[in-house]
Design a protein around this ligand. Structure first.
Ligand code: GTP
Ligand code: MG
Length: 327
């Protein structure tokens, strides 16, 4: 009986958007290109949005949305089930209590956390610190896990990892062994590397953190012309969707970095910032804007969180970690 149920849920997950009445392969491709990959994303869309993305009339789009809602059985769930799902989530410590508090206790699993900010704002430093801290036991803000670090800019520094390892009183050579690093040479390679992760986890690697530093650099470099913006966005949508699925399926914390101009107002013109709106399903998103503060401090500001206030906090990058105080 339990087996049958398991099978059913598995099949449910594999329902494709072409199973919706009125969504043939051509419409499906348009929808996927706009970031609608699954029933959930369609079920929560508005008819106007979906119409724009698919070329369907608003009335037809409304029918598609209604069908998606029916198929998904959107509604209430037993609170104990809900609690069970929430209990699986854990939070990784950055090393700074202030920073952790800003994002609700630390970098969450089953979620994507985006660090964005200008050159030198501290994105890579925080990513390094987390690749170390994920190895701590739960009670110390880790997950006794390993990190996968996808480095697109060639800025991963084992020497820095060693310093952070010393900061938590751990053996640097052991810490280094638990960080699986790959250099991604272009956006296709960056996408390909993700495919290896389920295999590694199935082979018993206790991966709990996935870092993509930087998420967007290759995409920006390769799709430069104005006419290529839509292509770039499609590819990024797909990539984010895959990250979201991985984080949810394997209970991973996903940390991505994204460089922006120093003027935060600029980001609203950047299509990469729209991505968050399309991340649906179970994975949620935290977006943290980083900048240099007074003296050697850094400021982190939480942006657009659905359930946390848009606060900001001060932290420091020190020789041995991310901290509340300057060392
Ligand atoms: P881009 O990748 O260029 O967009 O920048 P980023 O946001 O990734 O910046 P990154 O995390 O590389 O931050 C670099 C800054 O971290 C430097 O300017 C230093 O201020 C600080 N930093 C780097 N290494 C050390 C170190 O060993 N000790 C201390 N105290 N600070 C460091
Ligand atoms: Mg960097």
């Amino acid at each position: 009986m339990a087996k049958k149920k398991e099978k059913e849920t598995k099949e449910e997950k594999e329902t494709k958007i072409t199973d919706l009445p009125g969504v043939g392969p051509a419409v499906a491709t348009k929808l996927e290109d706009a970031g609608y990959f699954d029933l959930m994303s369609i079920a929560v869309a508005s008819p106007a949005e979906l119409g724009d993305a698919s070329g369907l009339s608003e009335a037809s789009a409304r029918k598609v949305i209604q069908a998606a809602r029916k198929m998904m059985n959107l509604g209430f769930e037993d609170a104990s089930e809900y609690l069970k799902k929430r209990e699986e989530i854990f939070k990784l410590s950055t090393g700074s209590k202030n920073f952790n508090a800003l994002i609700g206790g630390g970098i969450e699993t089953k979620a994507i956390t985006e660090l964005f900010g200008a050159f030198g704002s501290g994105k890579t430093q925080i990513a390094h610190a987390l690749a170390v801290n994920v190895q701590l036991p739960r009670e110390k803000g880790g997950a006794s896990g390993k990190a996968v670090y996808i480095d697109t800019e060639g800025t991963f520094r084992p020497e820095r990892i060693k310093q952070f390892a010393e900061g938590i009183g751990a053996d640097p050579s052991k810490i280094l062994k638990n960080i699986l690093v790959a250099r991604a040479f272009n956006s296709d390679h960056q996408m390909l590397l993700l495919e290896k992760i389920p295999e590694m986890i199935k082979n018993g690697e206790p991966i709990k953190l996935l870092v993509i530093d930087s998420l967007t650099a290759h995409f920006r470099a390769e799709f430069t012309g104005r006419g290529q913006l839509a292509d770039r966005q499609q590819k990024l949508n797909r990539y984010i969707h895959q990250l979201s699925k991985l984080s949810d399926q394997y209970n991973l914390a996903v940390l991505v970095t994204n460089q922006v101009m120093a003027n935060p107002a600029m980001m609203f013109g950047d299509p990469t910032t729209a991505i968050g709106g399309h991340i649906v399903g179970h994975a949620s998103t935290f977006r943290v804007y980083l900048r240099r503060g007074k003296k050697d401090s850094r400021v982190a500001k939480l942006i657009d969180s659905p359930n946390l206030p848009d606060n900001e906090t001060v932290f420091f990058i020190t020789t041995n970690g991310i901290a509340d105080e300057e060392s």
